[in-house]
Design a protein around this ligand. Structure first.
Ligand code: FES
Length: 142
């Protein structure tokens, strides 16, 4: 992975609630994973073993490791530091160092953004920049 593979989205490629984040061809068949910045926030786009796309938060909630350096395996993305494993919904599904029978992983999830393919493009649901998200938080409250 190089910095040149990093994709920053902007308003010029937006269509309603969806924004183009990549071309399908940008995902290397050998290692289908690229960093994406959306709404000013870091994500990682990947294709799992079943061919489904995932767009999840880029930083591991354990110690903040960059999941762009993670291992694509078992239909998800495994953190390069201590092996926490995330599926394409951002749900942690395994923590190798936890005691057997631990259910702690069920409470751990990284942010996830809906993503879809359309005519060779990869689109993601628009994410508001942090400032906008704060400004609209609670807007619909009675
Ligand atoms: S930093 Fe990701 S599992 Fe520890």
């Amino acid at each position: 992975m190089t910095d040149s593979s990093k994709i920053d989205t902007d308003a010029d490629n937006a269509e309603g609630d969806w924004v183009q984040i990549a071309e399908v061809g940008q995902l290397d068949p050998e290692r289908p994973l690229i960093p994406v910045t959306l709404g000013g926030r870091p994500f990682v786009l990947f294709r799992d073993d079943d061919g489904h796309l995932g767009l999840i938060g880029r930083h591991c909630p354990h110690r903040g490791a960059d999941l762009c350096y993670g291992r694509l395996e078992d239909s998800g993305l495994r953190c390069p530091f201590h092996g926490w494993h995330f599926d394409r919904t951002g749900q942690c599904v395994e923590q190798p160092a936890e005691p057997e029978g631990s259910q702690m992983y069920k409470a751990i999830k990284v942010p996830m953004v809906p993503v879809r393919e359309e005519e060779g493009r990869i689109l993601a649901r628009r994410v508001l920049p942090r400032e906008d998200a704060r400004a609209t938080a609670g807007k619909d409250r009675p």
